[in-house]
Design a protein around this ligand. Structure first.
Ligand SMILES: [Zn+2]
Length: 272
């Protein structure tokens, strides 16, 4: 099959998966089932017929409005389909169709759900973060077996395990150290009603990133995320007068950048 046709299929498949991620993002924080019932309009609750649920195309045909109640459908749905489809295509171009394609697509799907739920609700569902830790670790075992047919290769497994411990650990300890200094020693009051600087969700999310990408990239992500966070956090403080921002999106963004560029960045940093 010509490569272009595979690319088109991969892109379409990605957009369908993205459409499912939209359902997860909407329903998971509300503790609703992600399989039943079928998609419905968040405004008028009418079920969405299949022909109105085609990724991208339906959004254009309906001009971003529900067929029944004419309320606007959030642009977020369209964006998430596009991001997912784009990611699938990118991973196909980089890794072809194989183990890495499945591994990284799974990873990016978990990050997309974590990011958009965190933006909307300031939580990261445990099903995503802790579920991701388990999936990432199991896949590292699979990789360990695949690398050496004669026996288990412990390196990917150890890398994943250390990624979980170091990734989760470093955020946990930093958060605790900050809270100790800021709230206890300096006796400052709560920030926007919060007395903890780092949510447990962020700890579990970086543990998941470590499970998939290993301890080096988990560390790199830990140091890179605050740079994005600082920019958006400052803007948020000036515009919306809010002191806190969800941190999951920055961890996710840094993880994706590192997934593609970690080798280059580490080489530049340490001249190796
Ligand atoms: Zn509607």
């Amino acid at each position: 099959m010509p490569d272009t046709i595979i690319k088109i299929f991969v892109f379409i498949f990605g957009s369908i998966v993205g459409s499912f991620l939209n359902v997860c993002i909407y329903r998971m924080p509300l503790e609703q089932s992600i399989v039943k019932p079928r998609s419905f309009c968040p405004h008028c609750k009418k079920p969405i017929p299949w022909f109105d649920n085609i990724p991208f195309i339906s959004y254009f045909i309906l001009r971003g409005k529900c067929r029944f109640c004419k309320q606007n459908i959030s642009l977020r749905y369209f964006l998430i389909e596009l991001i997912t489809a784009g990611a699938f295509l990118l991973f196909y171009v980089r890794y072809g169709l194989g183990f890495d394609f499945i591994l990284y697509n799974l990873f990016v799907c978990l990050l997309i759900v974590a990011t958009f739920v965190d933006i909307a609700h300031r939580i990261i569902p445990d099903e995503v973060s802790l579920g991701g830790v388990v999936i990432g670790f199991i896949l590292s075992i699979y990789r360990g077996i695949g690398l050496s047919p004669l026996g288990l290769n412990y390196r990917p497994i150890l890398d994943s395990l250390l990624g979980i411990i170091i990734g989760g650990g470093i955020i946990y300890l930093t958060g605790k150290a900050f809270d100790l200094i800021y709230f206890k020693l300096l006796k400052k009051g709560p920030i926007d009603g919060e007395t903890e600087s780092m949510g447990g969700g962020d700890v579990k999310l970086l543990a998941m990133i470590g499970a998939f990408l290993g301890w080096k990239i988990a560390l790199l992500t830990f140091f890179m995320a605050p740079m994005f966070g600082a920019v958006v956090g400052t803007a948020n403080l000036l515009i919306k007068k809010q002191h806190t921002i969800p941190y999951g999106p920055f961890l996710s963004l840094a993880a994706i950048i590192n997934l593609f560029l970690a080798d280059t960045i580490l080489r530049l940093l340490f001249f190796i």
